[in-house]
Design a protein around this ligand. Structure first.
Ligand SMILES: NCc1[nH]cc(CCC(=O)O)c1CC(=O)O
Ligand SMILES: [Mg+2]
Length: 325
C-alpha cells in the first residue's frame, strides 16, 4: 500500500478532520478586554476598532453577563481616566473609589464566577502617557514598581482575581507578589505581560484610552521585536518572581516566541491578540478581502496552536458565538 494516500484519508471529510484536529479552541480560552468609562448608559464607538466600545460600568456589567453566557470565563479591565485626574505619580490608580476599583466591585457583585483581571500600568493615569513615573525623559523603574505594587493591592482589595501588569518594569512581579502577600491576598493571581514588545500594533488601543506616549516611545522598557532569546529570559524571570501566568504580546507576529515560551516554562502561557491585529482583520473584511468568521477562527486557533492556552482578544465575543454555533 502506498502511504501517500494516508493524508487524503485523514482529510477526506469534515467529520474526519474534526476527529483528528490537534488544536481545539474553547470559549474559556478567551479573555475579553473591556474598556470602561465614567457615566451611566454610555457606549462610545472606537473609530479605530469597529464594533468595539468604551462603556460605562452599568453597560459593562451587562456585557460581562452576556460573555459569561457564551462560555467566556475571564475579562481584562482597562479604564479611561479623566484628564483632570492624570498626573506623574499614579495617585488616581490607588484611589479606592476609582473607576477601576468600582468596576471590579460591580462586576464581581453581578457575575461572581467571572474571573476579573485588571491591567496594571500607569499609562492611563499618566500626563505623559507612559507606563511609569517620568523624570526628564527617563521612565523611573523602581519608583514606578512601588506604585504598581500599591495599585495591585488596591485592585485585590476591590475584588480582582488576577493582576495583569502590562508595564514591563524590572522586578515588578516580585514586588507585586510580596505586596499582595503582606496584605493577605495570597489567592490573588498574577498574569505577567512578560514578553511585551514595543509594537506598532497597539495604535488603536492607545486611541481607545487616549494613552499614547506624550514623548518618545516605549522602547526603553518594552522589548525590541528583533529579539527572541530576551523573551525567554524575561519570562523565566517573571516565573521566578511569582507569575502564575506569563504572556507574550502581541501574538500573530510573535508565534515563534509563544512556542519558545511554551516549551520553556511550566506555567500557563497567554497571548494578547492586540488592537492592531483586530483592526487589520476588520479593515480587510470591510474591503471585502477576508471572510471575518474564518479569519477569526484561523487566527485564534493558530495562536493556541503556537502554545497560548489563554488568548486576550477583542474577538472573544464573536469567536465564542461561532463556537456556540
Ligand atoms: N500598558 C498599557 C497597555 N496594556 C495593553 C496595551 C495594548 C493592548 C492592545 O493594543 O490591544 C497597552 C498599551 C501600551 O502598552 O501602550
Ligand atoms: Mg521583565
Amino acid at each position: 500500500m502506498h502511504l501517500i494516500r494516508r493524508n487524503r484519508i485523514l482529510r477526506a471529510s469534515a467529520a474526519i478532520r474534526e476527529m483528528v484536529a490537534e488544536t481545539i479552541l474553547r470559549p474559556a480560552d478567551l479573555i475579553a478586554p473591556l474598556f470602561i468609562i465614567e457615566g451611566s448608559g454610555i457606549k462610545e464607538e472606537i473609530s479605530s476598532m469597529p464594533n468595539y466600545y468604551r462603556m460605562s460600568i452599568d453597560l459593562t456589567v451587562a456585557e460581562v453577563k452576556n460573555l459569561w453566557g457564551l462560555g467566556i470565563r475571564s475579562v481584562l479591565l482597562f479604564i479611561k481616566c479623566a484628564d483632570e485626574l492624570k498626573d506623574n505619580t499614579g495617585a488616581e490608580a490607588l484611589n479606592p473609589d476609582g473607576l477601576m476599583q468600582r468596576s471590579i466591585k460591580a462586576i464581581k457583585d453581578a457575575c461572581p464566577g467571572m474571573v476579573v483581571m485588571t491591567d496594571v500600568a500607569l499609562d492611563p493615569f499618566s500626563v505623559y502617557g507612559h507606563d511609569g513615573i517620568v523624570n526628564g525623559t527617563e521612565i523611573v523603574n523602581d519608583a514606578t514598581v512601588e506604585v504598581l505594587a500599591k495599585m495591585s493591592v488596591s485592585h485585590a482589595q476591590a475584588g480582582a482575581d488576577i493582576i495583569a501588569p502590562s508595564d514591563m518594569m524590572d522586578g515588578r512581579i516580585l514586588a507585586i507578589r510580596q505586596a499582595l502577600e503582606e496584605e493577605g491576598y495570597s489567592r490573588t493571581g498574577i498574569m505577567a505581560y512578560s514578553a511585551k514588545y514595543a509594537s506598532c500594533f497597539y495604535g488603536p488601543f492607545r486611541d481607545a484610552l487616549d494613552s499614547a506616549p506624550g514623548f518618545g516611545d516605549k522602547k526603553t522598557y518594552q522589548m525590541d521585536h528583533a529579539n527572541r532569546i530576551e523573551a525567554v529570559k524575561e519570562t523565566l524571570m517573571d516565573v521566578e518572581e511569582g507569575a502564575d501566568i506569563v504572556m507574550v504580546k502581541p501574538a500573530m507576529a510573535y508565534l515563534d516566541i509563544i512556542r519558545e515560551v511554551r516549551n520553556t516554562v511550566d506555567v500557563p502561557v497567554s497571548a494578547y491578540h492586540v488592537s492592531g491585529e483586530y483592526a487589520m482583520i476588520k479593515a480587510a473584511v470591510k474591503m471585502g478581502w477576508l471572510d471575518e468568521n474564518k479569519a477569526i477562527m484561523e487566527s485564534l486557533t493558530g495562536i493556541k496552536r503556537a502554545g497560548a492556552g489563554l488568548i486576550a482578544t477583542y474577538y472573544a465575543r464573536e469567536a465564542a458565538m461561532l463556537m456556540n454555533g
